[in-house]
Each structure stands twice: as C-alpha cells, then as structure tokens.
Design a protein. Structure first.
Length: 351
C-alpha cells in the first residue's frame, strides 16, 4: 500500500499524509506488552518524523499515523505484515495541512486499565460538551427521540449556543454512530434512523438570532447531498444556519452530477454545498466528488459559483478539499454561511 500526494497538492510541501486503520489482536497482550510495543514504535516514529495515536480496547487496535507519505508507506508495509494482529482494515487515507497529534510521537490509550500514556506533559482538553457524546450516541442508535430532545433541551438551558451544540455534540455523535456501524455494533437501518433523529434534533436547537453585516445580503445557495449519498443530516442542519443568516436556500438530492449542474444553471445560485456522509468516511468517493465539483464550477459559463464540500472526510482532514477542487471545506457547520458569503463577495469584486 502507498500514500500518494494528489497532483493538485504537489506544491504544498508542508502537508502530511494521514492513515488510520483498525485490526484485531491475535492474542490478548500480556501485562507490559503494550508498553513495550509502544516504546519500540515511538523510537521508530521519531526517526521517521511520524506522530500518531494507538487505541487498544478488548482485543482490537485502532491506530492513526501522520507524517511524510513515504515514511507512512514504509511503516505500513511493516504493520500489514505483523503477525500479532489480523483483520487489518484501512479506514481513512488522506492528506492534511496540520498534524492532529503534533505533540506525540505516539499516544497510547487502553480502556482496559483506563490509563493514558503520552510523551507530552499534558493532554489536549476535550470540549466541555464531549462527555455528552457517548450517551447521546446510545440514545440515537436506540431510536429514543424523546430522550434525545430532552437531553438537548437541558443542554440548551445551560446557555450553550446552537452552533456549539451542532459543532461539538451533534456532529461528533454522527461520527460516533458511523464508528459503531463500521464496528458492526449496529445495522444500517439503526444508523439511518439515528441520523434522521439527529437531523430533527439539530433543527430544534437552532436559534434565530444571527446578527452580522451579511445577514441582508440575500445570497442564494443550493444545499445538496453528493449524487447517490443517502445521509443528509449535515445538509439539513446547514439549511437552518443559512436561512437564519438571510440566504435563499434550495435543497437537492441529485442522482447524478449532471442533474446537480442543471439545477445550478436553472436557478442561478451564488454557492453550492455538496455533502458526503457526516457519519462515515467516504475516501472512495473523492474521485467522483472531484468530477461533481468541476461540473458545478462549469454549470453557468461566465458566472462564478462558490463550491463548498462537507462531511466526515473534511471534518477530519480539510486539506482534502483541495484535492477535489472545492473553494471551501467545512470542518463543522458553524460559521459556514459567513465564510461562503465572504467568498461570494470576493468573487464579485472587479479584478
């Protein structure tokens, strides 16, 4: 397996590769064995300029490596042939502009002894809403919409803004649900129903108090799922934000890139947001998305259409936006309407 730079990113020497995989241990590690494994990996990572994390839970590994693509490829060759684990599956492989684990040559977390070991003096503090994520994930997968709404109402009463709830709770819950499906802890029906409930809950917590100089701009946007994409929670939540900000909003669930481009041409939008799943990584969809973005840019000759992309792929690695030719990638929903308004304004200024 190799990690390649996209040709469009060839001049971005600071970007690094990022690879995440999961696997199953052949045998449960003996006391001290994980520490020995990590000590060896840290020495290797330092010599190759790699950083990352390793999770171990109940016989399964989840590891992320980030650094020079050639170094990741060399380490991956060794990892994939290591006889201590099996059922090895690559979950994501992409380029990022910044390291998530820049301070660690390897972070280890083992739920079995609930200890975290790191070469850094302090851990990054999670957002204050993060501790609600596991419980809300369970509620969504169980289809308990009454408890979901009650929980979010209680959180709103604490004074959290709708943008905070969406960015730091609802979107992480969607990703956690996707992880549960990937780990065969729920079926696709449970995932789809749960995401629909999250969509409705996100709509309920949206406020209508957006005040900024761009509110009355009356720009228009087409919010679309990528052709063939089933999950629409991010698209639905965006509709609330853009409506609150004064945009004219249309939605589309196209079956093809041609259908999407035709709708843009017919309705003359200033911008379009194309969403992949907020729950599941869609690495294999990037090539198709690149063609879709190009078709949208060319939908109306002589008329600039700002193209934004979203979904779990871009929340975890916004640099992937450049590889599909998009003007913007949203790491989360908050602030998207303001950023796209700025891009539309810049495009309208005389050169």
């Amino acid at each position: 397996m190799q990690v390649h730079r996209e040709s469009a990113l060839a001049d971005s020497a600071d970007w690094v590769g990022c690879l995440t995989y999961q696997s199953r241990a052949i045998a449960r590690p003996a006391p001290g064995e994980l520490e020995k494994l990590v000590a060896q990996a840290r020495h290797r990572n330092r010599s190759l300029g790699l950083t990352g994390m390793l999770l171990y839970d109940n016989g399964r590994f989840l590891q992320t490596l980030e650094g020079p693509p050639t170094a990741i490829a060399a380490v991956w060759d060794s990892i994939s042939r290591d006889p201590r684990h099996c059922e090895i599956e690559v979950l994501t492989e992409h380029l990022v502009s910044n390291r998530l684990f820049a301070g660690w040559d390897l972070l280890l977390y083992s739920r079995e002894d609930n200890k975290r070991r790191t070469t850094r003096d302090s851990d990054l503090a999670p957002h204050a809403l993060a501790h609600y994520v596991p419980g809300l994930t369970r509620m969504a997968l169980e289809g308990d919409d009454a408890r979901i709404n009650a929980q979010l109402a209680a959180i709103a009463e604490q004074g959290w803004s709708a943008d905070d709830v969406v960015a730091h709770l609802i979107e992480p819950v969607a990703r956690a649900m996707g992880d549960a499906w990937l780990a065969d802890q729920c079926c696709e029906f449970d995932l789809t129903v749960g995401l629909s409930m999250l969509q409705l809950a996100g709509h309920a917590v949206r406020t209508h108090a957006c005040t900024n100089s761009l509110r009355q701009s009356r720009y228009s946007i087409l919010l679309a799922t990528a052709p063939g994409e089933q999950h629409m929670v991010g698209t639905a939540l965006l509709a609330d934000q853009f409506t609150d900000a004064g945009w004219r909003v249309d939605m589309a669930f196209p079956g093809s890139k041609e259908a999407l481009a035709n709708q843009i041409a017919a309705q003359g939008h200033d911008a379009v947001d194309i969403a992949l799943s907020d729950a599941l990584p869609r690495q294999s969809a990037l090539a198709r998305l690149r063609d879709t973005v190009e078709q949208c840019h060319n939908a109306v000759p002589g008329n600039l259409v700002v193209v934004s992309v979203g979904g779990r792929m871009f929340a975890e690695a916004s640099a992937s936006a450049a590889s599909v030719g998009a003007d913007h990638a949203r790491r989360n929903i908050g602030g998207t309407s303001l950023r796209l308004a700025q891009l539309v304004q810049q495009g309208r200024k005389p050169q």
